[in-house]
Design a binder for this molecule. Structure first.
Ligand code: PEP
Length: 245
């Protein structure tokens, strides 16, 4: 039985005051799922301080594929690891779309995070045009395959996968639980082809307009192990309600 995991992606939102109120709210109540928040880089130290001693983990929204050097604006996994960052999103569709991240770069980022004991949350997902063209499984399969090819079985056992249909992110349109389950099962089957034990243990999260009122149905599906939550992670009550769904 895999424990449910619910990760908030704050995207480029927040302020010191707003984050403090949000984190206090999240810490105040218990959740059935394991919770984590992925904050903008300048606020990671605040998360480290305010979440210390709590059950809530924290992470970054990106990490460099490079170890160090002349990469202005990039943040190295070693820097995140140095102060205890638990997770890093890699390959979020907004990074793939606006920053041209390729499957190979995403795999390199995952490897770099693992090197410093940071759990990479590898995001995959198809656009609406790709879904309508019947290419969903081919697209997410290709995105996942780059990671499967780059990682050893031991490394694969330390990642989290997130299926986020691009057409459902921030749009209010959610995949039905059946649509999401179908893709999650296909993703798990691909991991099974590499290692059945790793596949059985791997958390595969769903992301895309998850809200308190649709989370329970999505999370009841056999291959959906929790959620990656954007908009609804900015309200403590909503985030907690999803964590208890
Ligand atoms: C996301 O940014 O990963 C996401 C799923 O956003 P939202 O929940 O707002 O659709």
């Amino acid at each position: 039985m895999r424990q449910k995991l619910v990760i908030g992606n704050w995207k480029m939102h927040g302020s010191l005051a707003a984050n403090a109120a949000l984190l206090e709210g999240i810490k105040a109540a218990p959740a059935r799922a394991k919770l984590a928040v992925c904050a903008p880089f300048p606020y990671l130290a605040q998360c480290q301080t305010l979440l210390s001693g709590s059950q809530v983990a924290w992470g970054a929204q990106d990490v460099s594929s490079e170890a160090r050097g002349a990469f202005t604006g990039e943040v190295a996994a070693s820097m995140l690891g140095e102060f205890g960052c638990g997770y890093a999103l890699v390959g979020h569709s907004e990074r793939r779309t606006y920053h041209g991240e390729t499957d190979a770069v995403v795999a390199a980022k995952a490897l770099r995070a693992l090197e410093f004991d940071i759990v990479p949350v590898v995001c995959v997902g198809e656009t609406l045009a790709e879904r309508e063209a019947g290419q969903t499984e081919a697209v997410v399969g290709r995105q996942l395959q780059a990671v499967l090819d780059a990682l050893s079985i031991e490394q694969l056992g330390r990642i989290v996968l997130a299926y986020e249909p691009v057409w459902a992110i921030g749009t209010g349109k959610t995949a039905t639980s059946a649509q999401a389950q179908e893709v999650h099962a296909a993703l798990r089957a691909r991991v099974t082809a590499k290692d059945a034990g790793v596949a059985a243990r791997m958390a595969i999260l769903y992301g895309g307009s998850v809200k308190p009122d649709n989370a329970a149905e999505l999370f009841s599906m056999s291959d959906i192990d929790g959620g990656l939550i954007g908009g609804a992670s900015l309200k403590a009550d909503d985030f907690l309600a999803i964590g208890n769904a």
